[in-house]
Design a protein around this ligand. Sequence first.
Ligand code: DMJ
Length: 672
Amino acid sequence: MYSGAAAAGSPRRDFISVTLGPEEAVGVGGYNNSKAWRRRSCWRKWKQLSRLQRSVILFLFAFLALCGAISYTSMGETWKSITNKSLDDQRKEQEIPRLKLANPAVLPAPQKADANHRDYPELSLQKPPKLPHVRRGPSNLQIKAPQRDTRLKTRHDTMRAVEELVEVHKVEKTEKSIISWRGAVIEPDQSTEPPSSKIMEPEKPSSVEAEDRKEAVPINERQLAVIEAFRHAWKGYKDFAWGHDELKPLSKSYSEWFGLGLTLIDALDTMWILGLKEEFEEARKWVANDLVFDKNVDVNLFESTIRILGGLLSTYHLSGDSLFLEKAKDIGNRLMPAFKTPSKIPYSDVNLGRGTAHPPRWTSDSTVAEVTSIQLEFRELSRLTGDEKFRKAVDEVMKHVHILSGKNDGLVPMFINTNSGQFTHLGVYTLGARADSYYEYLLKQWIQGGKKENELLEDYTRAIEGVKKHLLQRSEPKKLTFVGELAHGHFSAKMDHLVCFLPGTLALGAHNGLAADHMKLAETLIETCYQMYAQVETGLSPEIVHFNLHAQKGHKDIEIKPADRHNLLRPETVESLFYMYRFTGDKKYQDWGWEILQNFNRYTRVPTGGYTSINNVQNPSNPEPRDKMESFFLGETLKYMFLLFSDDTDLINLDKYIFNTEAHPLPIWVPA
Ligand code: DMJ
């Protein structure tokens, strides 16, 4: 029984009573639960109600329906927000590891993924979040095509930071400032032809990723001193030699070699690395408006390749500015006639405007170092343009030299004939002038190409064995290990300053997995190269030294002949110091470099701007300035100094870049 409404005749009440008759009771009078019966029964009951009761019931139904609708809506909102919150929470949970993963400093090596799970156990419980376009920095360089604006902004930010830094330094020397290097991202411009997929398929990170990975590293006093030295040298060049090949700082004029603004081009990437924005922009304008290769001018294939082609390519890579690639393509094409020889061993000289090439007037020989030290640049040009002709031409030279007879345990003679393709002047072996960078480029090409070209490695390791067997000796009294020369079976204790590239190259090889004794040899040789400075009156090395093989009273290890006592502001020792510091972290290498910079400042700096080569490193009171600043002083010497003093291993990361023999960094190709 259910009672809710007032019985008929009873006083009016504000409630409804529903009385069910016995026939509706379950189980009484037989059970009839058909739909029709139920419908009829309900209808009958409804009819029996008063109008008021029916109105109240209808009102109640309407009211309940309304309440139901309202509560449904609000519950839906609540549910939705609960659902959203839990998604947000999930995202936040994922955000923590994501941020950490974006920071390379805490990035585990791929094979140590478990360690990461230990650090962030929640990651192991769920499916790893999909990272929004954040990638780890690879051990090899990744090549990308990002937005131009981002690149420019990045470059300008960096340069502004340096400028501010220099200002701060002037005002308050003790206050350390921060420079955040964000460069070092190779970026083929989207408007240029993409690299041929046949040659290489580069990975493409974004510059933003590169920025995210980079921790700010403080620039230090010594680096600022290098910036100051560069600015001083640049001032001289700008005031007296703008757009010409070399500054003559004393006569406040210039000299021409190729008439192609050699110093300016050689210095472009140094300015980028040092963060010298204004200077870079000004130089860029000159390249855009005044650098013309369509000239009736003879250039040396090797020198123009390592300084101009190399300089343009590396500046293109650092800046992402396609102007430099266009110029590189232009000169690359104009140098190609050099390879049209009977043997395919290139001539030494090319006329850029006429498209003709020839050997020097007195011989049909080329220098071995010259024909085997243009490969990094031409191979890179092929990779960037997709045009294989550049690479084919220089690879052919290497293949030819690989099988050529006349080597002595991997050591090569100094000359090669462009007609016969044979070595000439057999029997003389040196790691100095005319052979030096042959050895350097064997290793560097092998690294550039992803360590796959075994013939290059084979030639390099055999040559180092040849050096050990035939050219290494120890001096007296200090027992300095040095690299001499071999002439028709006779050992000469002569060593060019040029040979001081070798410790750096050996260290680079060891870093790339070659024998540990290469590193040991690098350590002993760099000590010798340093002594070539330290034992001299000005603290600057001469061009050539002779080592004493026998102890003599009152004699040092090093003897200098009058004809050899000049210093051309060469880079090789600071270059090797840079590699040694990068790979060992031993601060003595920085200190040695610092001494050398101070001595350059003391004896070669010209007050009105620029630095000069000197004739006599043994006379501190009159080092006899030569009135010439070589382009490699800005292209190499000061660049390597700046890098040597830096503690930022990502400032031209040696696992991503390979320096050409003129200190222009080119990318190491991503291994397939
Ligand atoms: C530079 O042009 C290059 O480093 C080359 O390999 C040797 N000579 C000068 C620097 O000394």
